[in-house]
Design a protein around this ligand. Structure first.
Ligand SMILES: [Zn+2]
Ligand SMILES: [Zn+2]
Length: 166
């Protein structure tokens, strides 16, 4: 699968038994699908490191780019705005259920870091944004995935809140 931002071939990494696509040879962006997110938590070795590497790598995309195309389906993904910062998005494909996090976005997420309450509100907003039919298995799977996704942005990953930020 090619990275939707830089076009390099993505590499599957094993995070404690969960396989996640990482743009190892390019922008360090990370692709998760709902199923993968559902399985992940902080105990998964390697996940924090992949997020940290993405955070350290420079932004390769243009902040004014159009919607990213899903690397699996080829259709335009939906960009979820993060907080009030227009240029920070989390991209999601409603067709196959993939989330893409690119390095520039991660960095901006850190710079505009939110309190735990704001983070929870963001997760609730994410959950409410999908045009999926209520009560279906799909929506339940996605809701869990969004909650796990929120967990990825929380304080248990120390690099989000390095010492000089406190
Ligand atoms: Zn890439
Ligand atoms: Zn897709």
């Amino acid at each position: 699968m090619d990275c939707p931002v830089c076009g390099k071939l993505m590499v599957q990494e094993d995070f404690g038994g969960v396989l996640v696509d990482v743009c190892k040879n390019g922008c360090k962006g990370i692709w998760f699908d709902w199923g993968e997110l559902k399985e992940l938590d902080e105990s998964h070795e390697g996940l924090g490191k992949a997020l940290e590497e993405a955070l350290k790598s420079p932004r390769v995309n243009d902040a004014d780019r159009g919607p990213l195309k899903c690397p699996k389906c080829g259709i335009a993904m939906h960009a979820h705005k993060y907080s009030r910062a227009k240029e920070v998005n989390v991209d999601e494909c409603y067709a196959c259920g993939g989330f893409f996090l690119d390095s520039g976005e991660l960095r901006a997420i850190r710079e505009k870091r939110m309190s735990e309450e704001e983070r929870d509100a963001y997760v609730q907003k994410l959950i409410g944004e999908a045009p999926l039919e209520a009560g279906t298995g799909r929506i339940r799977a996605r809701t869990t995935a969004c909650q796990k996704f929120g967990g990825l942005l929380s304080r248990k990953y120390p690099f989000w809140y390095p010492v000089d930020y406190l």
